[in-house]
Design a protein around this ligand. Sequence first.
Ligand code: GDP
Ligand code: ZN
Length: 449
Amino acid sequence: MSEISTGQTIVAIASGAAAGGVGMLRVSGPQSLRIAVALGCPQLKPRHAHYAKFRDAAGEVIDDGMALYFPGPRSFTGEDVVELQGHGSPVVLRQLLARCIELGARQARAGEFSERAFLNGKLDLAQAEAIADLIAAGDVRAARAARRSLDGVFSRRVEEVGEQLVRLRIHVEAAIDFADEPLDTLGGAQVRAGIEQAKALLAQLRIDAERGRKLRDGLHAVLIGPPNAGKSSLLNALAGSERAIVTDIAGTTRDTLRETIRIDGLELELVDTAGLREGGDAIEREGMRRARAEMQRADLAIVVLDARDPQAGRAAIGDAAAQAARQLWIYNKCDLLPQWPQNLDQDSIALSAANGEGLEQLHARLREIANDGAGEGMQGEFSARLRHVEALALASEHLDAADGQLHYDQLELAAEELRLAHDALGEITGRMTADDLLGRIFSSFCIGK
Ligand code: GDP
Ligand code: ZN
């Protein structure tokens, strides 16, 4: 009934691995309806729920439940789809799955349903990725953002910039045919205004996508500080556990230790690295090298200093904290000071990891940083991935380059840069995406999606 990408009919348990009241099998491809009939389903009316007994080869009932038939192209994948709902017993679901395979279906790969939906034009790539992000969302806000991306909020913003670039390309390429004339006589002011507009749209989109990326991935914060400043103690206080080992001997935490914690839906990855100390033995130097590498990938460096001698701590860290996008300075062990510090600047927090004083203030500050000054649950907030953020950055580079070329009346070079900017945007929605990248994206989905 429908156009299909591979011709093969695929099947998977779509309701997750755990036992539950209801379990669901999804079948997609040209053989879907035939398989449903062979299982014992009655004549299935499109998009109607039918009660059915699902039978094995010997006619024995495996389970009973509901069968639904969605003829392509009006289905999730765009192909003929049958959904079989039975009891959520893993044993029964596996039997049903095996029976469907006996009848000619093939076990679906991870993400294969979404991949077919993408290939059949039911979803663009950013929307397909949003399905996986919605399923993996750790809190209401991340789920809502993924839901919006699935609805196409992000894709439409990308397209808006893309359309602006297309208009510019048309204008610039038309002007190339009059190459002897300077651009200014060919509506150059209009083109430059258009470039400025595209830049502004893209700049705002990059900010919003980065926020969406943080919502999905969490804020990547790295703890650093000299030995014994209290990094492990702070990690434990934040995580509310005893995962990092706290000791009195300087330089104990030699390996990096990762801990992901959630504060009000904000995900924070803490990496406790070996205490930074210039010189030191080979193992400590390796720890420092790792700390610097971690910093370069971090959204935030949380620098822990002993409040009794913060200058020594700052000296020990050198330039490592500056590698991170942003820094927060923790003056720890304030309980040991004669007086609690007052009037610190807004990126500094006085704290005692030992008795918890100042911890609430740190929580609040982390939340602010994660939100980047934006209101919670903003209208239009969407989820995004690092891949998208990088593609937007690339588009932005090419747009800047196009702008530069226009200033020198290099119309052909400008047109080429505009095309590259447009291609970079196309990678987000999948118009321009290489097959191997597609394979990697969909294989990270779970089975049955
Ligand atoms: P790290 O080497 O930076 O990870 O430091 P640790 O977390 O291992 O702490 C070193 C020592 O300082 C331990 O004996 C902790 O109990 C102690 N310590 C950590 N934070 C505080 C604090 O806020 N106040 C006091 N009095 N002691 C602390
Ligand atoms: Zn430690």
